[in-house]
Design a protein around this ligand. Structure first.
Ligand code: SIN
Length: 479
């Protein structure tokens, strides 16, 4: 890395304004397989210290005016923008995505901070008409309390700001546990929060292995909310761990997004949307098209056009200017992608894209035609650059395949028939629908899933509600 501000790269955890500097664990650069840096493997005792710091810091933080908290959030946002190039370099070094995409993530991450700084001023309660004359009733909004934030490696910046910014705006304080693959983007956010003047203890960042830290966070009665982005399996486990202390939960979990192209779709737009949805972050997003369903009349033209675009993708280190697909996060990710490919090919799928000679940390972006619901990639998230195309005949068949999984995060469809747009969009079982677009992620729009894809919404007006409780305040004796 060639950082302008070297102070942004911290190999230490942040607890109560103190940087805990221990080189217990290595962090690897996925593009080179070499050690990028070190981090402490925080203990249960350090987790409890972070929780206590957050509890203490909340006393003052929640009594700031909403406008004061908004100003601090905006200062943090402005620093993120001012240091976007350095933050992007850190992100690419630890996560692998191409630099331009990493910079895009920094702007996306900052957009949540701005949005929730603005929303902080609009945390309104209600005055409720009283059923009795001598009484007034108010519904007042209060922060939930200390929040545990557990975030994934695929968006090491934006998944933090999407949770932390609404929490801070609401008056909560945070104990963040970033993925042990990508701690440095979180730590850089901690550095910038300090510089923005956010008081010590309001944001704590714990690095290391998830088990001990997660157990301490979920069992603590002081932690009143858990927000987690990651797999459905781990989300369910964390929810069970939170049950004895009845925490408020936001869970953004796995998806299996269908991307449906009807015969009447605009072909170029559909191919463009499929590229954007499928290959963003090398296919490593929860909202990525996982199953591409194409109606028979447009099928061959779509497969040909998509294959041509996929053949033009450039696979390589995220630091190379021409790279459009970086390395996968680790060997386990590559093994899963290979297993899905082998399974699909053995069951009759056909590859329609060229084969690249890549080193072990990269996955070859491919289009597979002839995909069927019997294949593993129909039931599980591949989380990689594999685009399986399923051919269908009728709208009813497409709907049945689209909804035929336990997941319900994102779904996309392309049609120019407006009656179908409403009929089909309303029948999809998911939290996010992209009609004639492959992008469904904006700070302004609610983000989250149904069924096994999770609980709650992030971003938008809804995002701040997740960090608020309502207190009904009854003023009697006013007759
Ligand atoms: C995710 O993959 O979990 C989030 C993707 C997004 O915010 O668009």
């Amino acid at each position: 890395m060639n950082l302008t501000d070297k102070g942004l790269f911290r190999e230490a955890a942040l607890v109560d304004g103190t940087w805990i500097d221990r080189a217990d664990m290595e962090v690897t650069n996925p593009a080179t397989g070499t050690v990028l840096g070190y981090m402490p493997d925080c203990t249960a005792a350090e987790t409890e210290a972070a929780i206590a710091a957050a509890e203490h810091a909340m006393v003052d933080w929640k009594t700031l005016s909403n406008a004061e908290r908004a100003d601090l959030l905006m200062a943090w946002h402005d620093l993120m923008l001012a240091h976007a190039d350095d933050l992007a370099q850190i992100l690419t070094a630890e996560q692998g995505k191409p630099l331009a995409e990493a910079r895009g993530e920094i702007l996306y991450g900052a957009s949540f901070v701005r949005w929730f700084a603005e929303e902080a001023r609009r945390i309104n309660g209600q005055i409720i008409p009283s059923p009795v004359k001598d009484k007034k009733i108010f519904a007042m909004k209060e922060p939930v309390g200390v929040c545990a934030i557990i975030t994934p490696w695929n968006f090491p910046n934006a998944m933090i700001t999407r949770k932390v910014a609404p929490g801070l705006a609401a008056g909560c304080t945070m104990v963040i546990k970033p993925s042990d693959f990508t701690p440095y983007s979180a730590l850089a956010l901690g550095v910038l929060a300090e510089r923005a003047g956010i008081p010590k203890g309001v944001i704590n960042v714990l690095t290391g292995r998830p088990e001990e830290i997660g157990a301490a966070l979920t069992s603590s009665p002081i932690v009143r909310k858990l927000s987690f982005t990651g797999s459905t399996r781990i989300g369910a486990l964390l929810a069970a761990q939170c049950a004895p202390t009845l925490k408020k939960l936001s869970l953004e979990l796995g998806g299996n997004a269908p991307f449906i192209v009807f015969d009447d779709a605009n072909l170029d737009a559909a191919v463009e949307g499929a590229m954007a949805s499928k290959f963003r972050n090398g296919g490593q997003t929860c909202v990525c098209a996982n199953r591409i369903l194409v109606q028979s009349g447009i099928h061959d033209a779509f497969v040909a056009a998509l294959s041509e675009k996929v053949d033009a993708l450039q696979v390589g280190p995220g630091t190379d200017a021409e790279t459009t697909i970086g390395p996968m996060i680790n060997a386990a990710a590559i093994a899963k992608i290979s297993a899905h490919m082998e399974d699909a090919l053995s069951k009759g799928a056909m590859r329609t894209t060229r084969s690249r000679n890549l080193s072990a940390q990269y996955a070859d972006p491919v289009v597979l035609k002839g995909a069927t619901t019997e294949m593993r990639l129909a039931a599980e998230e591949t989380f990689g650059p594999v685009a399986p195309v399923f051919q269908f005949e009728t709208e009813a068949e497409a709907l049945s395949i689209a909804n035929g999984t336990p997941f319900g995060l994102a779904a996309y469809f392309y049609t120019t028939d407006m009656a179908r747009a409403f009929r089909f969009g309303e029948a999809l079982e998911c939290g996010l629908v992209g009609l004639n677009t492959g992008a469904v992620s904006h700070a302004e729009a609610p983000f989250g899933g149904v069924k096994s894809s999770g609980l709650g919404r992030e971003g938008a007006q809804e995002g701040i509600e997740e960090y608020l409780e309502t207190k009904a305040f009854h003023f009697g004796g006013l007759g």
